[in-house]
Write a protein that binds this ligand. Structure first.
Ligand code: GDP
Ligand code: MN
Length: 398
């Protein structure tokens, strides 16, 4: 789960990370009021959206008076911010954050990620801040510092200091930077984060070390024990299709093609995508029904997949281990009978109770194409899509 920059800053502040003073606004009037509260003569108005790269897309404005704050906020509210990270759909701005503007002396990069090869949290830092880590990795790979944290010991003072020295910070900034690094690490660990990114971490002209931007991501599987984090969720920033699926306990991934896929397990989903591509087609999405899916769950999955306008055929590919083919077949039949359906359906079942499952499909009298192998199923789906033939409408049973 993603959260907003202002939320991440609020969390990090409690761990001793220094951030500029700021306040949230839901209207331009509120934005000016916040600026007034904060005081000073320079503010930054920042669009709160779940994507990076806001600066280059007009989502970060430095302002010199309250009128400018009003105008900047007014310009941002309701706007669809399309950044190079947001994808073409962009993210709509409903909240803006007003911050005290700081004079930047130096910009650095500081990130915390889960390093799967060492199975530990890794600190990634660079003396080149402000640009994205991918860019730094490409243009200045030598500046990247990596440091793996031993979970039994935590991120020690000396390890943090070592990172700070490698960043080439002045002696007077060492303590501030060490506090920031250790604070971020503790926040990562204590809040079940999967990512913390401070880009840029800055040294200001009045000699303090501050997090000017903050991004945090959390482990969805740990949210049940992180009520405080769960409450920070902002559904307006999520893909509606994915949110709807998640609310029903299904995992959905939207793609750009026209074949909707219902599968069980992420591995089988990948294989299904590959086979569709190999057969010359493009998947529109995939929906993972997981293990032990009931007919009702399968029917829900069906309705979700076909609610995507781009879908012109649905491919069901189930390898039943924990699942049961007969339940999946019942779910498919239920879904097709409950509402009129004019999309062709291709089903490939294998594993537990496969004979029973095929029997249910055949006896249903519904025009369902079946296949015994994944290759055959993918080819059928692609051929049907490419033929451009309007499939026979399956009338609602009732
Ligand atoms: P992002 O583009 O979404 O990553 O948003 P950031 O919060 O990182 O802001 C983008 C850039 O705006 C930063 O890299 C800074 O260069 C600049 N910026 C943000 N806040 C301030 C500020 O208080 N003062 C100044 N001078 N520049 C700022
Ligand atoms: Mn940034």
């Amino acid at each position: 789960m993603d959260i907003h920059e202002y939320q991440a800053k609020d969390l990090l502040r409690d761990f001793g990370v220094k951030v500029p003073s700021g306040g949230l606004a839901y209207s331009p009037e509120q934005a000016t009021y916040r600026a007034h509260e904060i005081g000073g003569d320079k503010w930054v108005v920042k669009a709160q959206v779940h994507t990076g790269g806001r600066g280059k897309a007009g989502g970060v404005k430095v302002c010199g008076n309250e009128h400018e704050v009003f105008d900047a906020a007014d310009e941002m509210f309701g706007k669809k911010l399309v950044t190079h990270q947001s994808g073409p759909a962009g993210k709509i701005v409903y909240r803006v954050y007003i911050e005290s503007g700081v004079e930047i002396e130096r910009e650095l990069y500081l990130g915390f990620v889960l390093d799967r090869s060492s199975e530990r949290i890794m600190v990634v830092a660079s003396s080149s801040g402000g640009m994205e880590i991918e860019e730094i990795a490409q243009d200045q790979p030598d500046t990247i510092i990596r440091s793996v944290v031993d979970p039994a010991v935590g991120l020690t003072e000396f390890q943090a200091r070592e990172i700070v020295f490698k960043l080439g910070l002045d002696a007077s900034h060492v303590q501030g930077a060490v506090t920031t690094i250790r604070g971020c690490y503790r926040a990562f660990r204590d809040l079940d984060a999967t990512m913390v990114e401070i880009n840029p971490l800055v040294v200001t002209s009045d000699n303090s070390v501050m997090a000017l931007d903050a991004k945090m991501e959390f482990d969805d599987n740990a949210l049940f024990r992180r009520q405080q984090i769960m409450e920070l969720r902002d559904k307006s920033q999520e893909d509606l299709r994915e949110t709807k699926a998640a609310d029903q306990g299904l995992s959905y991934v939207g793609l750009d093609g026209n074949i909707g896929c219902i599968v069980n397990g992420a591995g089988l989903a990948m294989a299904t995508m590959d086979m569709i591509k190999l057969a010359g087609g493009e998947p529109a999405n995939f929906l993972d029904i997981g293990g032990g899916a009931s007919p009702e769950r399968v029917a829900k999955a069906f309705n979700l997949v076909r609610s995507d306008e781009n879908v012109s055929a649905i491919l069901v590919n189930i390898f039943a281990g924990i699942n049961r083919c007969d339940w999946v077949a019942e779910g498919v039949v239920q879904a097709l009978q409950s509402t009129a359906m004019d999309l062709p359906v291709i089903v490939r079942l294998a594993g537990t109770n496969v004979e029973k499952g095929m029997e249910i499909l055949e006896n249903s009298g519904l025009p369902i194409a079946t296949a015994t192998t994944l290759a055959e199923a993918a080819e059928k789906a692609v051929t049907i899509c490419k033929s451009g033939l309007t499939p026979p409408t399956i009338a609602a049973a009732s």
